[in-house]
Design a protein around this ligand. Structure first.
Ligand code: CO
Length: 330
């Protein structure tokens, strides 16, 4: 059995000075502090301390070996998306990190699997970049769960998802740019509350807008962090769909009808929560994810799924690898 982690991130060790290149301030850059340690900066502000697992392939693979992970899907980090920038600049930015991602994977002896990023604020450019990346060896694309005030049911984004299905590109939806940051300035509440709400919002946007009716069944789309609050709140959402016409006005079916249209990862840190995911979207739709190598990710990769007493061994086997292969279309 091949064990596959579907949710991890990388930063290249270095990249061009984007502020200088594009003539606009506050692009992310890497401040190396000492060997193996760096700070991701946004302009003059510290964004996140990281270590060499982000860019050093040997470091990363030694940790995959330690925890029995055969392959790991890697993608950039949402802070690099550049969705609020000039689309051409965002496209060039995507090219830089997409090519760096391919370069890392090429040196990994097939242990690392690449996902690209796209300038999603411009659908034509985003489609072009996915096509270019799929030709070059990427397996799919990571997108943010919204672009400004546009959710995934935005007509342009649905067109983009359709294009991904046509290109056979797997899609990973990552929450980012969390709602109401002014009310969550401390304690990482944006990650603890905002992220899970953003993810539920993304899934419900596709369900309640009827977008899943328009999108082809061939689209292989994954929501990370266990789909956020989606599974726990599904009963509430179905009840609302049945009770109120303003909830169901655009969708032919309640949200629970669409649980066979997407995958959720296992980054939930709780046995009962993992079991709930399996019960909600089925044992064929949950994939191993870790959010490696960040502190809010799983520190012993795969531990939750490997040791969860509430799922069967057959379910465990599917979650550890077989379902990821289905999401990856192979
Ligand atoms: Co992540």
């Amino acid at each position: 059995m091949t064990v596959i982690d579907t949710h991890s991130h990388f930063f290249p060790e270095n990249w061009p000075d984007l502020a200088k290149r594009f003539g606009t301030p506050n692009w992310p850059w890497m401040k190396h502090l000492e060997p193996g340690r760096a700070m991701v900066m946004i302009g003059d502000e510290e964004f996140r301390p990281i270590n060499s697992a982000c860019w050093d392939i040997e470091h990363r693979i030694s940790e995959l070996d330690r925890d029995g992970i055969d392959q790991q899907v890697i993608c950039s980090t949402p802070v690099l998306f550049a969705y609020t920038r000039d689309p051409q600049h965002a496209k060039e930015c995507a090219e830089i990190f997409n090519d760096a991602c391919l370069d890392m994977c090429a040196k990994s002896d097939n242990r690392l699997l690449p996902l690209c990023q796209v300038p999603l604020q411009d659908i034509d450019l985003a489609c072009e970049e996915v096509t270019r990346c799929m030709k070059n060896g990427h397996l799919g694309v990571q997108i943010g769960n919204h672009v400004g005030d546009k959710n995934l049911d935005d007509e342009g984004i649905v067109t983009f998802l359709q294009h991904c299905a046509n290109e056979n590109a797997s899609v990973l939806v990552h929450p980012w740019d969390m709602m109401a940051p002014e009310r969550m300035p401390k304690y990482m509440l944006q990650w603890l509350v905002g992220m899970v709400a953003e993810t539920q919002l993304a899934i419900l946007s596709l369900c309640l807008s009827g977008a899943f009716e328009r999108l082809p069944k061939e689209l292989r789309i994954l929501f990370v962090h266990g789909g956020g609050s989606f599974a726990f709140c599904l009963g509430r959402c179905d009840n609302a769909w049945h009770q109120r016409d303003i909830v169901r006005e655009a969708s032919a079916h309640p949200p629970s009808h669409y649980t066979d249209r997407f995958y959720l990862d296992s980054t939930v840190f709780d046995d009962a929560a993992l079991k709930m995911l399996v019960d909600t979207v089925s044992e064929d739709r949950v994939v191993l994810g870790t959010d490696y190598p960040f502190p809010l990710g799983e520190q012993e990769l795969g531990k939750l799924v490997r040791e969860c007493p509430l799922i069967t061994n057959d379910q465990r086997r599917k979650i550890m690898g077989a379902n990821a292969n289905a999401w990856l279309g192979r």
